[in-house]
Design a binder for this molecule. Structure first.
Ligand code: DX5
Ligand code: ZN
Length: 226
């Protein structure tokens, strides 16, 4: 299993969301963003029930695994993650991020993920109170703050996410936890740096990064630093 430490001060890890990739050329797209400086890949799994859209499951995650050694974070926008975590672990993903709003019991499902040797992530929707994730923080490797309603790429960033990121960073400092803070939805050259400065460690970007002529230059804008 392959994972990342906290990024250097003033920088963030760059996580392209493959939702915006050309799936007819998955191998080429993965190589392109890896060459552009991606630090990990974000895989959006949707079940048509938790969100009104369908994407892919463990089979495609396994195919991506065979094209790259980059860490893979599968963002499970599915109602019953407990039924599938074993299949995703078998596909070789490094982190499994479930939703606090899902129907599976959160603590039990995180325990299942941990026993499989996979990093544990928990995500919350824009309308969900941060209080719902607080009891789980000591057990987590990753918190994924949604800055759009999950289900589709290309939506506009909801600035309410910035306050959640800052509150998580403050809480982590106070409690001595070591989870990474990630943000997902509408991330670009304007919103990305704002999130980074608020304390985000991972910036997920789909349409803005994949739509760029110069993906390396765009990734560098998200990464920050000198
Ligand atoms: C939304 C997904 C996001 C999405 C981000 O449901 O979870 O990961 O791909 O795409 P952009 O960057 O286009 O908002
Ligand atoms: Zn996502």
């Amino acid at each position: 299993m392959n994972w990342l430490p906290r990024p250097a001060d003033g920088t963030a890890w760059v996580a392209p969301s493959l939702l915006a990739a050309d799936f007819a050329d998955l191998r080429g797209e993965v190589a392109s963003v890896a060459g552009a400086g991606a630090d990990l890949l974000h895989l959006d799994v949707m079940d048509g029930h938790f969100v009104p859209n369908l994407t892919f499951g463990p089979f495609i995650c396994g195919a991506v695994r065979r094209t790259t050694d980059l860490p893979l974070d599968a963002h499970l926008m599915i109602s019953h993650p407990d039924r599938y975590v074993e299949a995703f672990a078998g596909a070789g993903v490094d982190a499994l991020t479930i939703h606090v709003e899902a129907e599976s019991p959160v603590g039990t499902t995180l325990g299942q993920i941990g026993r499989l040797g996979v990093r544990k992530g928990l995500s919350l929707n824009p309308g969900t109170d941060l209080a719902t994730v607080l009891p789980h923080l000591p057990a987590l490797d990753l918190v994924l703050v949604m800055s759009v309603q999950p289900g589709f790429g290309g939506q506009e960033f909801d600035p309410a996410a910035v306050d959640k990121i800052a509150a998580l960073a403050e809480r982590r400092e106070a409690e001595g936890d070591d989870f990474l803070i990630s943000v997902d939805g509408g991330i670009n050259h304007e919103t990305g740096p704002v999130c980074r400065e608020a304390g985000a460690d991972i910036l997920v970007s789909g349409s803005w990064l994949f739509g760029a002529d110069d993906r390396a230059a765009h990734a560098a804008l998200l990464r920050g630093g000198s």
